[in-house]
Design a protein around this ligand. Sequence first.
Ligand code: PBG
Length: 329
Amino acid sequence: MITGKYPSLRLRRSRKNDWSRRLIEENNLTPNDFVLPIFITDGKNKKQPIKSMPNVYRHTLDKLPLIIDKAIKLGLPMVALFPNEEKKKKNLLGTEALNENNLVCRALRMIKKKYNDEIGIMCDVALDPYTSHGHDGLIKDGYVLNDETIEVLINQSLLQAEMGCDILAPSDMMDGRIGKIRKALDKNGYNMTQILSYAVKYASSFYGPFRDAVGSKGLLKNNKKNYQMDFKNKDEALREVSLDIKEGADIVMVKPGLPYLDIIKSVKENFKIPVMAYQVSGEYSLLCNAINKDLINKNVIIESLISFKRAGANAIVSYYADRIDKILK
Ligand code: PBG
């Protein structure tokens, strides 16, 4: 593999000049690599700051065109919608998830009507923004029920597909949901709606600021360890991915990102399937805090984002996506 040796071989030769470094670079970032998460909330003409996430806001639906216009102008291929539902709309069963006038459904209709296929829209399939306990599924005696939850997720998927969602992203980690959702989509005429499985989703403490953003933080009792993966495990991640591929996933997600680069790499090497990485809220906030506010060092951000590409990710969900022009400039 290694040919030649010092002094005839000098690796610094190709590093000497900028043009040469550019010539041999192995990885790069373009706007095509990014998905922008957008938090939506009820009301009018509001842009609510999220305390734990600098420069990230919850937007009311009337503000969406501004954000989508910008995303298209930046060249982002896709946005992801996350609702912050009012507390009074949340209940034990998460029934608001199936309301065709909930925040996500209204946003989907509006964006699709105005922009058609100019930009992709991805939506989570999971009940946590809608349940009063903040868990992703139905609960019995403190345990998140698998098969019963899937029945609701199927209906949530069909509804979101009907409203115009391009990529359904089950982030719930129930066993067997990809196959069942795929089957239901095909049976109902949505055979071109993609499924991006959050196949490898770890029970992570890096999700804290997100739960704040969608308003599930104070509600969540215990943790999500009986359905999300144990971060001590790696082989299990490959088993999750292989199951989801067999069940019909088009793309798989590894989440969080930065602490799991080893997982991104093995998923890519083992399965040769499109892999997406999620630079989650806690990673985002840590990076923001690590950087002197006045002297924003965008190189730190680029360095972290490139590591996802080096590991093998095809795309990255990142809260920096709306500023990617300034970061990459
Ligand atoms: C919910 C969901 C979570 C995230 C995306 N979808 C949080 C969770 O599972 O509790 C986290 C995203 C982030 O932290 O940025 N199913």
